[in-house]
Design a protein. Sequence first.
Length: 649
Amino acid sequence: MSQNLNTNQNPVRNIAVMVAGIDEEYQNSILEGIIDCAKSHHANISCFSSFSGVISNNRYDKGEYNIYELCNEKKFDAMILMTNTIGNLEVRAKVIHRARTSGLPVVVLDGEDDEDFYHVRINNTKAMREIVHHVIAEHQAQQICFVSGPLANPEARARYQAFLEVMEEHQLPVVDEQVYFGEFRAVDGKKAVEKFMSAGIATPDAIICANDAMALSVVMELEKHDYCVPDDVIVTGFDNTYNARHYCPSLTTVARPLNEAGYRACEMLLQVINHPEEETPWTISLDAYPVFAESCGCCQDLTRNIRQYKKSTFQLIDDCRSNILLLNQLTSQLSETETIQENFEVIRQFIHQLECEQYCICLCSEWEGMFRNSYVLGTDDAYQIQGYTKHMSAPLIWNNGEFSAVQKFNSADLFPVPMETGGNISYFLPLHFRERCLGYYIITNSDFPTKSMLCHSLMLSISNSIENIRKLIHLNRVIQELDKLYILDPMCNIYNRNGFIRVTDKLLRQCKTEERSVMVSFIDMDGLKLINDHYGHKEGDFALQRLAGIIQELCNENSVCARFGGDEFIIFSMDCDADDVENLENCFYKKIAETNAIIMKPYEIDASIGTITAKVNPDDKLFELITQADSLMYEQKKRKKTSRYLRQE
């Protein structure tokens, strides 16, 4: 390592790291180096990470990749890119473009040549050549298969090219059936063996793998088919991971100075930021070297490491057992929550077990989604899919044992509460359901995101529980909307018959119990058919709406009105007497006259009304009262017709 920079004279620096899969050993080892350097120089690291490519679901991965949209380059002094860990080429290109246009000094680890960036590289080619040559020269392998990473990845491409070159140098042909292109995932090893066995080629003497995860999977799959490694087939890996070193047989692999690479990348940026007047080399190259072990037939004396291995394995199993218990308890309790407040209350009970200094859940301003658009119209316009809302809330903040919340902050600020010190390591992780963004998590100063095998599962469980709450909110809104459709008349915006009966039945029971009087008015519009026939149904609807408005104005806090049928309306009132009947009907006709004067239509709105008032008895029925009012209304309607007939004569 280079000597430490003089940080006493420099302000706290903030560095963004863009990476995927921080729980994997390659990323983990590099991050350890970055963190060691950052802490020794009192710098802050903000790590934007996705768990993309794990579930093999494009919609889910889209939600994971969205975390890279959160990074606000203006908040940072420099960036470190581990874009070789991002499997999606389009997302990788977007991250690189944003870094390039940010104007910040940027270091890329194991990336493509780019003159705009600083680079820290590990020479993969030399070590891979040595591995392939060793298998051929020392173990006389002739029929050799290769399990590659994606050729879009520069590391995978370099390792594959080294394999081809050595095979050509030894005049050993390579056909398509001997090569499997994967994604650096363990499952690729299993798929590769299946391909080689079904391809009709001879059983390979050796299978060279581009990383340890695929190599270990190859070994296990071969053993399922009764092949012994290395007696029947030699298998080699790349990266010298913990599992590769401690598997049986231990893997022949390539050791890479990953920790040093991370440290040097961070140190390079701090040198550029703090001492811009000094020249900093654009590229640092580090050498990898082969480790020959049991899987190729080169045994190593591992007895001296067995005590440490037993201790570390026990600790790994014990941690995993504890994390599984934590996950199961959390998931079980979250499944019973029905509100977001209940949800966060459950999470509060478990945060301390993550052993972090700070933990935040940040939600988009409309994380619930817009009910009407998404459900009634059937569109997804209400959902945040790309990027984050301008304003966020942080309803749950844990800070060294104390809980708080921030109702509103700008997503551009990243943190709901600004960092005031240096040497902090924060992980920004996506909170989403499939491609729909709900928000993000922030975990500060904790090994949980990188060391726990269940961080991803825990985040997924919490995200799904928040999505379930969101759906419950929408379900309740749908029920409310359906209830409105059941009890409200959509054209007149007052109760329909169902709504009137539901509300009035309760009031009538109350009046019976308390021996209170009631008033029922039944109203029938006059001449609606005439308006429809002469002026159209649109005008008829207009007239009905105006009449409904008049009726609604007549109601006070002790009254309920409704559209009872096509052109029939009803009013139910409590605590009324004969004087109230006269006042109501006089006011009714007065408002009709005022409305006609205002709307100035070629027709007049008119209606007949019949009203009764009575002190209800226990045996009285609502429809009996309505029938009495209806009879009075028809008597008035007949008088109107008779009066018109006499005027015409």
